[in-house]
Design a protein around this ligand. Structure first.
Ligand code: SF4
Length: 225
């Protein structure tokens, strides 16, 4: 489903999926952290691990009064590595956090950084080792309130099944398609959280379709029943 050739039918189905999921799960803005800095730190720490492990690292940073990017830009890397150990991949993640902190420092403040054109701030984040599209977009959407949808493996799996596609959409295809159905920052936040909820509770690797709240309109389910 290349967005340029997206069929009206698929976009309507994606819109229906989006509306049904957000009204069913009602996750609100979803991201569990509080401050903008905490969201950015959490977005890096959550790569390839559970949020429980992220919380342990965040707590270590909090008790050491280090839950601020401006402090991480000057921190001793070994110390940071030790504090974020519960989240795994700590050597790479500590360097990534330091590099993001230095990037923000170059722009004087986080507010100034988020005032950049979206394509520029995204490009700068993506230039940092350890920051891929999902992490960059999580930072821009949840910390910066920027109009950009976050795609993850859950989103790709669910849309492939729901729309009855032959293969999963790429990151860019899916993101552009969601951008076509809504421009709402709040909807992007809610929808990402709703996809995560659906994947954890129903649309697992082996899907549990019988109690899935959207099974009646899902191609995968209707074709197999
Ligand atoms: S009905 Fe099954 S395949 Fe479709 S979204 Fe729900 S859990 Fe996934």
């Amino acid at each position: 489903m290349n967005p340029k050739s997206t069929t009206k039918h698929n976009l309507l189905a994606l819109k229906q999926l989006s509306d049904n999921l957000t009204s069913y799960f009602k996750v609100g803005s979803w991201w569990p952290s509080l401050s903008k800095d905490e969201i950015i730190i959490g977005a890096v720490l959550t790569q390839n691990t559970t949020w429980k492990n992220v919380e342990r690292s965040l707590e270590n940073l909090k008790v050491n009064n280090l839950l601020e990017l401006k402090k991480l830009s000057k921190i001793n890397k070994n110390k940071l590595t030790e504090l974020i150990k519960p989240s795994g991949f700590y050597t790479q993640k500590s360097q990534t956090l330091i590099d993001i902190s230095k990037l923000i420092e170059q722009h004087a403040s986080l507010q100034k950084f988020f005032e950049l054109p979206l394509s520029k701030s995204r490009k700068e984040l993506l230039s940092i080792k350890g920051v891929g599209p999902e992490t960059a977009d999580s930072i821009l959407l949840y910390s910066g309130n920027k109009p950009i949808f976050v795609v993850d493996n859950y989103t790709r799996r669910i849309t492939k099944r729901f729309l009855g596609l032959g293969k999963e959409l790429t990151y860019g295809e899916l993101q552009e398609s969601v951008h076509l159905i809504t421009k709402s920052v709040n909807k992007y936040k809610e929808l990402h959280g709703s996809f995560v909820e659906l994947a954890k509770k129903h649309c697992k690797k082996e899907p549990l379709c019988d109690n899935c709240p959207i099974n009646k309109s899902c191609s995968y389910f209707t074709k197999s029943n």
